[in-house]
Design a protein around this ligand. Structure first.
Ligand SMILES: O=c1ccn([C@@H]2O[C@H](COP(=O)(O)OP(=O)(O)O[C@H]3O[C@H](CO)[C@@H](O)[C@H](O)[C@H]3O)[C@@H](O)[C@H]2O)c(=O)[nH]1
Ligand SMILES: O=C(O)[C@H](O)COP(=O)(O)O
Length: 304
């Protein structure tokens, strides 16, 4: 590992149990916290997560608002989330004059306009084992160290037998090799694609947001470039289970992440914005071309 990355790993890695609720309550004072769930057709899971975060807020005061940003769901995600106590916004209703692009990056970017927290905690809406310590663990380094601006989660994924402590397939086959090659100072980040992370508004409002599934990789690289490695911390949250996509969908995710990384390499540039995959249709192998990326959204400070 890059020596700077190894030293960072030792300094900036903690476990959720290092951050007891009482300590965080004492440290929070007048800092406000928004928990944001990006959601595309997550009706089966979103309600339970929202209820659990709302209860955490009511019990401890650590969460000031819970917001779901709907990414174009066709199921009852929005109604279920609202019934569970979230403020729900549809992506098309935020900055409507700019239209809406598909993907997760868009809704995280737009979430900055409908939340007011000094700290934003992002949680995926498809988790099947959400626990309140996902939020408290991510808040720990931010509430106790003013030098920390971004906190990434990592966890075991018990349903997969390969390298439970590692990331998913895109993490191991694309994101990690790319980051080690182009940004070796970030090689100590256990799960760069984790959808659970928290950042200061004062950081996030000044960053561009990469499209779709490039958003995590972009935020990580851009935070490191703007503020250095010690502005980032990571927390072991224990175990996490979530929905899984098929290989073709993950191929498109990997392509988006490849574009995000290459566009941040000095002098680098990814060509095109499409990925051609192949399907057999009525006995004939047929190319299918997907749009996989769009230009970054600019820092919301310049767009809102
Ligand atoms: O167009 C989209 C696609 C996804 N989501 C939501 O984003 C979250 C994560 O999406 P998911 O498809 O479950 O991602 P994974 O396949 O699990 O991908 C992993 O890797 C991605 C790339 O870094 C991260 O964005 C994810 O958070 C991380 O869990 C979920 O709440 C989705 O509903 C949207 O809001 N809009
Ligand atoms: O995080 C990742 O690398 C991708 O989302 C794939 O995860 P999975 O292999 O757990 O489905």
């Amino acid at each position: 590992m890059h020596p700077g990355a190894a030293a960072w790993y030792d300094r900036r890695t903690s476990r959720w149990s290092d951050w007891p609720v009482e300590r965080l309550v004492a440290a929070k004072r007048d800092t406000t916290v928004s928990v944001v769930l990006p959601a595309l057709d997550e009706e089966p899971t979103v309600g339970e997560i929202v209820s659990s975060v709302v209860k955490l807020g009511a019990d401890t005061g650590l969460v000031d608002e819970v917001v779901v940003v709907d990414s174009g769901s066709v199921d009852d995600t929005a109604a279920v989330a609202a019934a569970a106590g979230a403020a729900v916004y549809h992506r098309d209703d935020i900055l409507p004059e700019l239209g809406s692009r598909p993907g997760k990056g868009e809704v995280l970017w737009k979430s900055l306009l409908v939340t007011r927290g000094d700290i934003l905690v992002y949680v995926d809406a498809d988790l099947t084992d959400f626990q309140p310590h996902f939020v408290t663990g991510l808040l720990g380094p931010l509430l106790t160290d003013p030098g920390v601006r971004l906190v990434k989660a990592f966890y075991d994924r018990p349903l997969l037998d390969v390298s439970a402590a590692g990331g998913g397939r895109v993490t191991e086959l694309a994101a990690r090799p790319l980051l080690n090659a182009h940004f070796p100072e970030l090689a100590g980040v256990v799960q760069p694609l984790a959808g659970e992370y928290a950042g200061r508004r004062s950081l996030l409002e000044w960053l561009p947001f990469a499209a779709g599934y490039g958003v995590e990789t972009g935020i990580l690289i851009d935070t490191w470039r703007a503020h250095g490695i010690d502005s980032i911390a990571q927390v072991d949250l224990g175990e996490r289970t979530h929905g899984h996509q098929d290989t073709a969908a993950l191929g498109r995710m990997a392509a988006t992440i490849l574009h995000t990384v290459l566009n941040r390499v000095p002098g680098g540039r990814a060509e095109g914005a499409t990925l051609t995959q192949f399907q057999r249709k009525e006995g004939v192998v047929t190319p299918v071309t997907h749009e996989i990326t769009w230009p970054d959204r600019p820092p919301i400070r310049f767009a809102g």
